[in-house]
Design a protein around this ligand. Structure first.
Ligand code: CUA
Length: 338
């Protein structure tokens, strides 16, 4: 794609950036590709839009011409018109068929190219869908180097990555429009999805298959960064949780231990080892709370802990009754887990 599509591309990208200045939470747009797969899909989309627009204009033009130019019908004229229309109908049908076949072939080509990263991956990440959050696991042959996080995926730029998708409950679908196409997460099977980010940035992803009452609040953040930044991030995530500093945070750890939090959540380095909910070992380093529902800060975390059911009705986080000081202590502890 050159010339006009390129320029439209840039205009769309500028508009997308302007409209979604949500900064560190990322934006999502298929018209602002930042990955090899998304770029091919966007090019195909522009091709289809331009050809379809041209066809539309030609058809409307011819129809207008026919209406304006029609004369009084006579038996002789109608006979000669019939012969001529048969010719033009054949030309129209031939052109339509050619265009549709060209579209079909280019779609096949894009799908094939997007799967061509098969076997080239430098990183394998397991993404498991839950109602309504994403469990993320960076695989490693050394078990102690495996990283578990939630709702936020970090990727190194320009490296093919394999995502192994599955689900713990119902069918979900992973879609990060800026990076590539979407693929379902199906319980009981593993679907493989390749991404190759081509530009650093923060992008938003979204569950793209209706999966229950909070389907709309099943978002994720994808952070594409340089090799060094990614390696730093991975090293930090491999560490056990930070030890609480200060009286409040230390009391927060005690509150966390006494409350039923550890039944569902893991904090590596403590005795909390639940797996029903997100791993909280480096919770404070994440940008968003409750799968893209709220920016992760102390205030939002407070309202989440006090009444998670009001923030995201139907989610599996129970409301935990805490005294005000215990809540403040727990907030101090969780926010320092970076
Ligand atoms: Cu998960 Cu929709």
């Amino acid at each position: 794609m050159h010339g006009l599509p390129r320029r439209l591309h840039h205009a769309a990208r500028a508009a997308a950036t302007g409209l979604f200045l949500s900064g560190c939470y990322g934006h999502q747009s298929v018209l602002d590709p930042a990955g090899a797969g998304a770029r091919r899909i966007a090019d195909l989309w522009w091709l289809m839009l331009i050809v379809a627009t041209a066809v539309f204009l030609v058809v409307i033009g011819l129809a207008t011409y026919a209406v304006l130019k029609r004369g009084r019908p006579t038996p002789e004229r109608m006979e000669s018109d019939d012969a001529r229309s048969a010719k033009w109908v054949a030309v129209g049908a031939g052109t339509t068929l050619t265009i549709l076949i060209a579209f079909l072939l280019s779609s096949f080509w894009v799908a094939r190219e997007n799967r061509a990263l098969h076997g080239q991956e430098t990183l394998v990440i397991e993404v498991t869908g839950h109602q309504w959050w994403w469990e993320v696991r960076y695989k490693d042959r050394v078990p102690s180097r495996i990283v578990r996080t939630a709702n936020e995926i970090h990727l190194p730029v320009d490296r093919p990555v394999l995502l192994e998708l599955s689900s713990r409950d119902v069918i979900h679908s992973l879609w990060v429009p800026n990076l590539g196409g979407k693929l379902d997460l199906v319980p009981g099977r593993t679907n493989r999805h390749w991404l190759k980010p081509e530009r650093t940035g923060v992008f938003r992803g979204q569950c793209a298959e209706f999966c229950g009452i909070q389907h709309a609040r099943m978002g994720l953040v994808v952070v594409v960064e340089s090799d060094e930044d990614f390696a730093d991030w991975l090293t930090r995530q491999r560490r056990p949780a930070a030890f609480p500093e200060g009286i409040s945070a230390r009391r927060g750890l005690e509150v966390f231990r006494r409350a039923p939090c550890g039944m569902c959540h893991t904090i590596r380095g403590t005795d909390a080892g639940g797996t029903a909910g997100p791993d909280l070992t480096h919770f404070g380093s994440r940008r968003m709370l409750a799968a893209g529902t709220l920016p992760n800060n102390r205030g939002n975390l407070g309202s989440w802990l006090v009444d998670a059911q009001r923030v995201k009705p139907g989610n599996h986080m129970p409301n935990v009754k805490l005294a005000a000081e215990d809540l403040q202590a727990l907030l101090s502890y969780l926010t320092m887990l970076d």
